[in-house]
Design a binder for this molecule. Structure first.
Ligand SMILES: Cc1cc2nc3c(=O)[nH]c(=O)nc-3n(C[C@H](O)[C@H](O)[C@H](O)COP(=O)(O)OP(=O)(O)OC[C@H]3O[C@@H](n4cnc5c(N)ncnc54)[C@H](O)[C@@H]3O)c2cc1C
Length: 495
């Protein structure tokens, strides 16, 4: 008889798990509390403007392509995307502006011309980044770190041997400060710690593998905006026969003799051989398994940062801006101290502005206008007064943008919507509004992240940003791959 799997949540990892397990022969039922698929990867319209609500940076499309290849479906029928020439445009308080080209030599030349950085040092950094990614990153992204067989396998041992001590024992900031001469270059490369909500002054040098994705391989823009990724995965899952149930909040995972039996929704029970939770692992233990002890253990690892996002419909276009723009804080160290230590507001925050109208003028808002996604990193929610913070952050953001763009921004805002740590938590059940689950603020953070399976309950598995290998679309997609492989092994399924 066909084995049944239930998936809790249709975040990007839930959707990818549904696709993979369906191809492994499971009958899949997915329950989603919202009335749309995608979790954080969603969008909305306000007035004449469309906004991607969550993720805005798209790297490693091969993770998505792989799902379509497995299903034997041409991806072009579902999703199209273009490579970008500039991964991000950086603005500094002193007026310096850097285009981070996705061509490594162009990027190195830009840093030499604008900041006097030795171009060969930029190239050697990016080469090392590629090496680290190929040696270590691929192991981390493709295997469970919680299976003895993996830890002692030949590729892992080879990978660990290739790690330079500085990568394990130093922080990302220390590594960057040692390599580059200009503080602005150091700040630019420190920023990569924020790609999974971490602090460059605490996160390991190992995160220096991330620039390989941005600046060697390059970044992409999915046509129609980031929401097209969620729509494509949803369409593929439907085609494969996945049964979606929206507006369905799973309230319990049912177990018997340490084995999963199914889930319940409003006291109705749904049985399955396998349950995959795409819900934040803290809430999975706390709310669905009522296991306070285990939930508390999860919190031993620091949560990632959260964010405040202002979605602004701007009635003017800014030719000096790109798809991705960063307006850096003057004192980065102080900003991270306030994010992770004092957990308070910082008056000169780094501001990120994403504008999809740059790639498809006229699609997401009228021509001559721009849809601004304006984000600042904030501490994860520990009870701060977000109403007050929101007003203060808005003031600080506008002050910064007015200065660096030499324009009075506020009168140009004709539409506004806001997403806060509180609404991030309520919309997707992400504990403390953390956008990437747990942070990498520690040398062994990668090993402390929750495994993709339950050691205590047979048949229970976990995917998504709060478990191994971590947050961000590429990693969430990999969590689905790792988990599906474990399930196939557990059920002796041969593909
Ligand atoms: C503002 C913002 C910006 C970001 N920027 C980027 C970026 O540029 N690039 C990038 O790669 N990543 C980015 N991220 C991170 C990325 O969005 C996430 O890591 C990823 O989308 C998380 O996917 P997930 O599979 O963990 O599930 P989530 O998106 O967290 O979805 C979980 C789903 O499960 C559902 N659910 C939870 N509990 C239940 C239950 N009990 N019953 C039924 N359903 C339930 C929720 O409703 C939700 O739909 C950003 C995130 C945010 C919020």
């Amino acid at each position: 008889m066909q084995k049944k799997a239930i998936i809790i949540g249709s975040g990007v990892a839930g959707l990818a798990s549904a696709i993979r397990l369906s191809l492994s022969g499971f009958e899949i039922t997915l329950f989603e509390k919202n009335n749309y698929p995608g979790g954080k990867l969603t969008g909305f319209k306000k007035g004449n403007y469309f906004f991607d609500a969550g993720p805005s940076l798209f790297t490693q499309p091969e993770n998505i392509e792989e799902l379509f290849n497995l299903a034997n479906e041409p991806i072009s029928n579902y999703l199209e995307y273009d490579a970008q020439a500039i991964s991000c445009k950086y603005f500094y308080e002193d007026g310096s502006i850097i285009n981070a080209y996705t061509n490594p030599q162009d990027f190195a030349n830009e840093l030499k011309t604008k900041l006097g950085e030795d171009a060969s040092k930029v190239i050697s950094y990016l080469k090392q980044s590629e090496k680290t990614y190929n040696n270590i990153g691929t192991i981390f992204l493709n295997y469970s770190l919680h299976k003895i067989a993996t830890l002692f396998s030949a590729p892992i041992l080879k990978a660990l041997k290739a790690v330079k001590p500085g990568f394990l024992f130093g922080t990302l900031h220390q590594l960057n400060a040692k390599h580059f001469t200009n503080k602005k270059t150091v700040q630019l490369f420190d920023r990569y710690a924020t790609f999974n909500g971490s602090n460059p002054y605490k996160a390991p040098g190992m995160l220096s593998l991330i620039p390989h994705l941005d600046n060697n391989i390059g970044t992409f823009y999915p046509k129609g905006g980031m929401i097209s990724i969620a729509n494509a995965l949803y369409k593929l899952a439907v085609k494969l026969g996945v049964k979606f149930n929206f507006n369905c909040l799973v309230d319990k995972i049912i177990t018997e003799n340490n084995k999963v039996k199914g889930v319940s929704i409003n006291q109705e029970i749904f049985y399955a051989d396998v349950v995959v939770s795409n819900m934040d692992v803290y809430f999975t233990y706390k709310q669905l398994l009522k296991d306070d002890k285990k939930a508390k253990q999860i919190l031993k690892q620091e949560r990632s940062s959260s964010a405040l996002i202002f979605y602004w419909g701007i009635k003017k276009s800014f030719p000096q801006l790109e798809l991705h723009n960063i307006f850096f804080a003057t004192d980065y160290k102080k900003e991270f101290d306030s994010l992770f230590n004092s957990k308070t507001i910082y008056n000169d925050p780094t501001v990120y502005v994403n504008i999809t109208a740059k790639c498809e003028p006229g699609l997401h808002c009228p021509k001559g206008k721009e849809n601004w996604f304006v984000m600042v990193n904030t501490p994860a929610n520990t009870g701060q007064n977000w109403e007050v913070y929101q007003q203060q952050y808005k003031k600080n953001i506008i002050t910064k943008l007015n200065k660096l763009l030499q324009t009075d921004i506020e009168p140009l805002i004709e539409v506004e919507e806001v997403l806060s740590p509180l609404t991030i938590e309520s919309k997707t059940k992400s504990y403390m509004g953390s956008i990437y689950g747990t942070s990498s603020n520690g040398k062994l953070a990668a090993f402390y992240r929750h495994p993709n399976f339950s050691k205590a309950i047979k048949g229970l598995y976990f995917v998504g940003g709060s478990v191994h290998p971590g947050g961000g679309i590429p990693l969430c997609l990999q969590s689905a791959k790792i988990t599906s492989k474990i399930i196939e092994e557990d059920f002796s399924i041969k593909i």
